[in-house]
Design a binder for this molecule. Sequence first.
Ligand SMILES: [Zn+2]
Length: 201
Amino acid sequence: MFHLFLAALLTALATPSPAPAHFDVLISAGHEGRPESCPRFPNHHCNLGTPGERAWTPVVADEAARVLRAEGYTVAREPADFDGQYDVRAAIFIHFDGTERPCTSGASIGYHTVASQPAAELWRKEYSAAFPFKFQHDNFTRNLSDYYGFRQVHASDGALVLELGELTCPAQKAWLEPRLLWEGRFIAGFVRQLLGNANTQ
Ligand SMILES: [Zn+2]
């Protein structure tokens, strides 16, 4: 096993890394494409998400990408695991939370550096006005602050993991279920506002 790992590492080191791909926005659907993609990404934890999450994140991500593209933004729409590096203005990794003790969580935001803090503040302001349940403090788990996807993006205006609510909480799930397309449009509106703010600075 270690030999295989070493061989993969040496191959990776010997392969020149291509230049980053440029887009306005990267939108990744949490857990999408797993478990099929896991063998190709042995250094990613093959987390399949909370029950139901993998079916919902692509619906939200597709709608957000569709709306942003219709408005003229370039969008890299990625599943959970993807190759390469991205240079973007905003990166959004879409998730839903799940807990062992139902209804102890809710919406939350993850980011890796203070450069993404203004984006996080804007999302909290917007989403907390619409989402009628608990909102965790930023980066309340290490999975949020050290999210593996952050390593593959440089996002000038912010890179955020957005947990849209807790699927193990029946009331939150019932609220979210008819709103998946709305969530996608809401995220698109947030991105538009984020990039618009940056433009005028
Ligand atoms: Zn998740």
